[in-house]
Design a protein around this ligand. Structure first.
Ligand code: FHN
Length: 433
């Protein structure tokens, strides 16, 4: 049986892009580093009056933006889908929206439909396209909510319900319809961050009521029945109708969810480009994030913050290319795999897939091991049909013991980075349900 989330569960790895007016100031305002570590929070963090922040549009001119270059990088990284901030919290739209003049075509010198160019390039490069849309927070001043944790300026107060309803009907829902009509996205990524671990802070409930959530979902279902919707449409009580769960930012759980799920995470600290954010994560840790989620049946959506000129930073490109190189030889251990019921091992992670002729393949992801020793795969009872190093094709010896199968690790593994051993078993279907 097929379902609309099949592609999502198969693909496992996508790119997230935060791009907007904040990309140019890049975390520095009037010579000072923003108080908030996320550059896209500039307006709130520095309590910039709306009219002043809006003037950033007059300087938004990313002349080095090239949609094909971005999509080539997506492919080079081994990513299969691409998500961009169509509208982030500041309320500025990256497409020519009729619902608000606060958009790239009407208020910037750039005057190009960024989403249109990306949608066309995504089609050319076989990449699925999704839109981040900040449905609850909207700081333009047309009735969307604001964040009082960071906004103390008198200009920023929570809207009345009537004001929010006005924003909801006349900006939010109209823009969602525009995005579907114009670009036919494969998925929407909505953003709210109620503390679902019940630490007692409900930021969103008053505005993101169940009725509004259902209204938004119904609109999308009516216009585009196969379009996916993530759970952060409302963390207080995400509807059963959402297609997949999104954890909180950079949160890698130690167990999966009943629904398809993903973690969105950053390459460094900020989501938007930040000129003073040097906290880059290692390629190794990024691959481990991807594999760790895949081993629990989840996806990874890795963020890039292009510069105000519209380019990816060299530090981002290097990491993305290195992940792509690793996936080129180890991709079969990630794409289209399932969570292994064997669970987490002290030496690494396991993903699995069903092969032809009753064979179950376990992919042993070796994270912490010593070449020329043996490791134990607990829970496997029968002798494997074969085992080999995925990258090199080197055969690996195995032996059944009382607690599981021992895998002899060749000394040549010392030269590989995060190697994977593919181990085939017969009559072990329960090892990949
Ligand atoms: O406030 C946003 C933040 O700027 C960023 O977009 C992240 C991405 O998940 N979502 C919110 C915080 O969780």
């Amino acid at each position: 049986m097929t379902s609309r989330t099949d592609w999502f569960e198969h693909d496992r790895f996508g790119m997230f892009v935060h791009f907007g007016l904040y990309s140019r100031p890049a975390g520095i305002w009037k010579g000072q580093r923003n108080r908030h570590p996320y550059s896209e929070w500039l307006q709130a963090s520095e309590q910039i009056p709306r009219a002043e922040y809006r003037q950033l549009a007059q300087h938004f001119n990313p002349t080095r933006f090239d949609a094909d270059t971005w999509m080539k990088t997506v492919r080079a990284a081994g990513m299969k889908y691409f998500l961009i901030t169509a509208k982030h919290h500041d309320g500025f739209a990256l497409w020519p929206s009729k619902a608000s003049a606060y958009n790239v075509m009407e208020e910037t010198p750039f005057k190009r439909d960024i989403l249109g160019e990306l949608a066309a390039a995504a089609g050319r490069h076989g990449v699925k396209l999704g839109f981040y849309y900040s449905h609850w927070q909207d700081w333009e001043g047309t009735g969307g909510d604001i964040c009082t944790v960071h906004m103390e300026n008198a200009e920023y107060v929570h809207p009345t319900q009537a004001q929010f309803e006005d924003y909801w009907q006349n900006k939010c829902l109209i823009q969602i319809r525009e995005l579907i009509d114009n670009y036919d996205p494969a998925f929407f990524w909505f953003d709210s961050w109620h503390d679902y671990q019940n630490k007692g802070r409900d930021f969103t409930g008053a505005y993101l009521t169940l009725a509004r959530q259902n209204e938004l979902i119904a609109l999308i279902r009516r216009l585009s029945p196969n379009c996916l919707i993530n759970s952060r449409i409302n963390f207080t009580a995400p509807s059963d109708q959402v297609d997949y769960m999104s954890t909180m930012d950079n949160e890698f759980p130690d167990r999966g969810f009943a629904k398809p799920w993903e973690t969105s995470g950053t390459l460094n600290e900020s989501w938007g480009y930040h000129g003073l954010d040097f906290r880059w994560k290692s390629t190794r840790s990024l691959i481990q994030n991807l594999v760790g989620n895949a081993a629990l049946g989840g996806n990874y959506q890795l963020n890039v913050g292009p510069t105000g000129e519209g380019e990816f930073q060299p530090a981002a490109i290097r990491r993305l290319h290195e992940i792509g190189e690793w996936l080129r030889v180890n991709g079969e251990s990630v794409y289209g795999t399932q969570a292994s019921p064997l669970g987490t091992m002290p030496w690494g992670r396991i993903t699995c897939r069903r092969m032809d002729q009753g064979v179950t393949r376990l992919h042993l992801h070796l994270w912490d091991f010593t070449p020329a020793t043996a490791l134990l795969v607990t829970g496997v009872r029968n002798a494997p049909v074969q085992a080999m190093v995925l990258e090199t094709g080197q055969r690996v010896k195995t032996e059944v013991g009382a607690q599981g199968v021992w895998v002899e690790l060749p000394h040549e593994l010392a030269g590989l980075s995060l190697p994977v051993i593919a181990m085939d078993l017969k009559e072990e279907k329960e090892l990949c349900p």
